[in-house]
Write a protein that binds this ligand. Structure first.
Ligand SMILES: NC(=O)c1ccc[n+]([C@@H]2O[C@H](COP(=O)([O-])OP(=O)(O)OC[C@H]3O[C@@H](n4cnc5c(N)ncnc54)[C@H](O)[C@@H]3O)[C@@H](O)[C@H]2O)c1
Length: 404
């Protein structure tokens, strides 16, 4: 395997998950971070000539003005997310990557996200969509050249946007591209603007958030035209992972789920954004559709997501599942999931980048359906149960191994 450099371009580059991705990657490069929780380090996948961690270099877009050291310190102080020795060991590498972060775009992000923007991003307000795409593209192009990258993967880790409001979800690429080229305002949000810039450059696009990103027919068409890979949406890290594992058990035993209530509390910046009912709608939808898909009927469901500041990055979900057994007897299962949000998400994000790079090296394009196990709302045709999704991933691994 060649040792070419690979660009990892983070959108939302100084957010909680991105900062943890940067700290984790720098730790792996320095040989001071263990590979626990990395799926691609399992023997089934590590045999696939995956890219070495040392090959990756980070750049990105962000709307706030800060740096990795400051953001890692916040995670450490509020939630004890990292080990102090690890932070000291990776500080020089993080400072290098800070220099590759550029101001993002605020197109259709909504007022809650706009409030976070620093002066450099605010100065871009009013930028036409075509100009924003060109600016984003230039930033990525310059980074690619300066770092001599063979390929750049754009990893979307930005705040959850409000749901798409225009009818662009039914447009083809000709209509969307013409509208963006001529218009003062955009029919699509920032996540899609970033995806278009990525595809124009031949980059892969991975959407770890519930935002629309490349999940539009027009973008599917454009990705194929540009021979680009893409995948999403919304990383399946905690409570929804439990749902995708437990719901098939109820279905297989013919136990009738009558209701499934999930209360989520957490206190990080993502929680603050999701406190806005408009942004929250996107996340709730992403967490709620799964049960009907797996069970084949819709039980009564309630998903609540509340911002509780003192919880910091420790997201706690309490789920109550009320089900009917033999002779109509009602029973219940309750579980509490207490996970550190950034530390659950970051290894999956790193896995997705490595798996995308491997698929790019095979010359593939389009939606990576085999990565459904990583997402709450996978794009493209997929099995909803986690175990079946993982079998699909293992089959892909066997296919890649057979070609090596
Ligand atoms: N942590 C998890 O377990 C998990 C799981 C699944 C999905 N996600 C999603 O991942 C995303 C990131 O989560 P987080 O905890 O890091 O959130 P965060 O709020 O800490 O980070 C988001 C970052 O994006 C930046 N940003 C906002 N709009 C931007 C724009 N238009 N351009 C560039 N940067 C922009 C913000 O300034 C912030 O730094 C969220 O959408 C979240 O819902 C997280």
């Amino acid at each position: 395997m060649s040792q070419e450099r690979i660009g990892l371009w983070l959108i939302g580059a100084w957010g909680g998950v991105s900062t943890t991705v940067a700290v984790g990657l720098a730790g792996l490069q320095a040989g001071v971070a263990p590979e626990t929780a990395l799926v691609t380090s399992l023997p089934k996948f590590s045999r696939l000539k995956m890219a070495d961690w040392s090959q990756f270099v980070i750049g990105g877009h962000e709307i706030r003005e800060t740096n990795y050291a400051a953001e890692a310190e916040v995670l450490y102080q509020n939630s004890r997310v990292f080990d102090r020795d690890l932070l000291n060991a990776v500080a020089p590498r993080l400072a290098e990557w800070d220099k590759n972060i550029r101001p993002g775009t605020l197109i259709n992000v909504g007022s809650t996200i706009e409030k976070f923007a620093g002066p450099k991003t605010l100065a871009t307000r009013g930028e036409k969509p075509a100009a924003a795409i060109k600016r984003i593209r230039t930033d990525i192009e310059e980074f690619k050249k300066a770092n001599d990258c063979a390929h750049v993967i754009v990893l979307y880790l930005s705040s959850t946007e409000p749901p798409l409001e225009s009818d662009a979800s039914s447009w083809d690429w000709a209509k969307l591209s013409a509208t963006l080229a001529s218009g003062d305002s955009s029919p699509v949000p920032a996540s899609t603007i970033y995806a278009i810039a990525a595809f124009e450059l031949g980059c892969s696009f991975v959407n770890f958030t519930p935002s629309v990103g490349s999940n539009l027919p027009a973008l599917a068409e454009f990705a194929l035209k540009q021979k680009c890979l893409h995948v999403g949406r919304d990383g399946k890290t905690g409570e929804t992972l439990m749902k995708a594992v437990l719901a098939p058990m109820f279905a297989a035993r013919n136990l009738k789920v009558m209701s499934w209530v999930g209360h989520n509390i957490f206190g990080n910046m993502d929680g603050k954004v999701l406190d806005d009912p408009i942004n929250k709608a996107n996340k709730v939808r992403s967490k709620d559709h799964l049960l009907t898909e797996i069970l084949g009927y819709k039980p009564q469901t309630l998903v609540s997501i509340e911002y509780i500041e003192s919880m910091g990055d420790w997201k706690t979900a309490w789920d109550h599942i009320h089900f009917e057994g033999f002779l109509g007897t009602k029973m219940s299962l309750q579980f509490t999931w207490q996970g550190c949000d950034s530390l659950l998400a970051a290894p999956l994000a790193l896995d997705l980048v490595r798996l995308t790079e491997r698929e790019h090296r095979r010359g593939k394009s389009g939606v990576m359906n085999h990565l459904a196990a990583f997402f709450k709302s996978p794009m493209g045709p997929h099995e909803p149960e986690f175990a079946k999704q993982f079998i699909v991933l293992e089959k892909w691994a066997d296919e890649v191994a057979a070609q090596q």
